[in-house]
Write a protein that binds this ligand. Structure first.
Ligand SMILES: Cc1cc2nc3c(=O)[nH]c(=O)nc-3n(C[C@H](O)[C@H](O)[C@H](O)COP(=O)(O)O)c2cc1C
Length: 399
């Protein structure tokens, strides 16, 4: 699992059904190497016990302003001294109101008032509580005061109602937390990204594909969203979960991918071709499943279109970046490909690194030379690649 950019978080849990999600949230944060200090309101303790949160966070949980376990008796100040942020998840309607008013009548609200760090809030409540003018007023005040608000999501609620008010699921909330920490280097930019393998049908059940997992393309889409870009992700068949906020278009074959790319290029600032596109397709695929017999079966293959070349050859192409996976002579072959395709930026990796794994190693090639990115999780490499790319972009976005 990728390390978090946060070192220490204070997690405030308030009273609502979604406290059960806070338990999973703590587990995931701890797995990402974050020290989590949990503080709960009295109402939160009605829903989930401090013991559960203590077991998951590995630290005593505090609930009381008058707790004397801290030497100087001032937990409400001590706990905020060296945390990167306070995250309230779930945040009840009542607690949003308290925060908006700057009240300090229990440990958690006093901590929030005494803090010198960012405040992040993940609201969770019934849809009517959420829509209530008072809640929306409190929320607007909190935003104005600089708090970051994550969610809520929409869907079926514990009370049987349907609509906005669900706390974001822990994984999605973690993604949003990380995203909030990334520099918005691609704000206002529109990116088109291809990812995953293509599949070229042989018959109704079989086809030619490759080992691309889609992880790198999806990581780049996620990193681009984190940096403030608008992202369209055209993907071959993968089991990856699309990043929250991406416009996902699913395709199967190389020809479908080309059609989708060309149809979605309008006003894009950047095109990044990460997909492992099959070089060949089967000329006459059978509509029915081919029956096995004793004869040798010959497939006739024809070359697929080169999607990146099609985009590069447009009269006014977006900024284009490609990927090259080689099994040997990485830099030499990849740089040859970059020059042949006249690409400003190409990311090269070895086949054994490129497919399937969560980690990889990249070399970025541009007119200034080779820039190696050492082995790291793909999301980290994706952020590094996009930081490099952002520096190469023309200043003015396309209309
Ligand atoms: C069963 C039950 C479920 C509740 N769920 C929520 C909820 O999801 N969101 C919310 O804002 N309030 C919810 N409430 C109301 C809060 O628990 C109540 O406003 C409480 O005072 C909040 O205290 P706190 O903000 O100090 O944690 C619920 C109450 C009950 C009895």
């Amino acid at each position: 699992m990728t390390q978090s950019t946060f070192k220490r978080l204070l997690l405030g849990i308030t009273g609502g059904i979604a406290t059960y999600k806070a338990a999973e949230l703590v587990r995931l944060l701890v797995r990402q190497g974050v020290e989590v200090q949990v503080v709960m309101t009295q109402a939160a303790c009605q829903f989930i016990t401090p013991v559960t949160m203590q077991a998951l966070s590995g630290r005593p949980v505090f609930t009381d302003l008058w707790d004397n376990r801290i030497d100087n008796g001032m937990a409400h100040i001590e706990f905020t001294r060296d945390v990167d942020a306070i995250l309230i998840a779930p945040a009840s309607a009542d607690f949003l109101a308290k925060l908006a008013q700057g009240r300090a009548d229990d440990l958690l609200s006093t901590l929030c008032l005494a803090r010198a760090c960012p405040l992040m809030v993940a609201p969770a409540m019934n849809v009517h509580m959420w829509k209530n003018a008072a809640t929306q007023r409190n929320l607007a005040l909190l935003k104005k005061d600089g708090a970051l608000i994550f969610g809520p999501g929409s869907g079926e609620q514990a009370c049987g109602d349907e609509g906005f008010g669900r706390m974001l699921d822990p994984e999605v909330l973690l993604e949003a937390l990380e995203a909030s920490q990334q520099p918005k280097l691609l704000a206002g930019k529109k990116l088109l990204i291809t990812a995953g393998p293509t599949f070229e049908a042989i018959d109704a059940a079989r086809g030619i594909t490759n080992l691309s997992s889609g992880k790198m393309g999806y990581a780049i889409a996620r990193a681009a969203l984190e940096m403030g870009a608008e992202v369209t992700l055209i993907s071959g068949q993968t089991s990856q979960i699309p990043p929250y906020g991406a416009n996902l278009i699913k395709v199967t074959s190389a020809q479908q991918m080309l059609t989708a790319v060309m149809a979605n290029l309008v006003s894009k600032d950047v095109f990044i071709a990460v997909a492992a596109v099959a070089d060949y397709y089967v000329l006459n695929p059978s509509e029915q499943k081919i029956k096995k017999d004793a004869h040798i079966l010959t497939l006739e293959l024809a070359p697929n279109p080169d999607i990146l070349a099609n985009v590069m050859n447009l009269p006014d192409p977006p900024f284009c970046a490609g990927f090259a996976a080689e099994s040997e002579n990485l830099i030499e072959y990849a740089e040859h490909k970059r020059r042949r395709k006249n690409l400003p930026l190409l990311a090269a990796n070895l086949i054994q690194d490129a497919f399937g794994g969560d980690d990889s190693e990249l070399v970025l090639l541009d007119d200034k030379g080779a820039h190696p990115l050492p082995r790291a999780p793909k999301i980290i490499l994706a952020r590094q690649l996009l930081r490099h790319l952002a520096r190469m972009l023309p200043k003015k976005p396309k209309d």
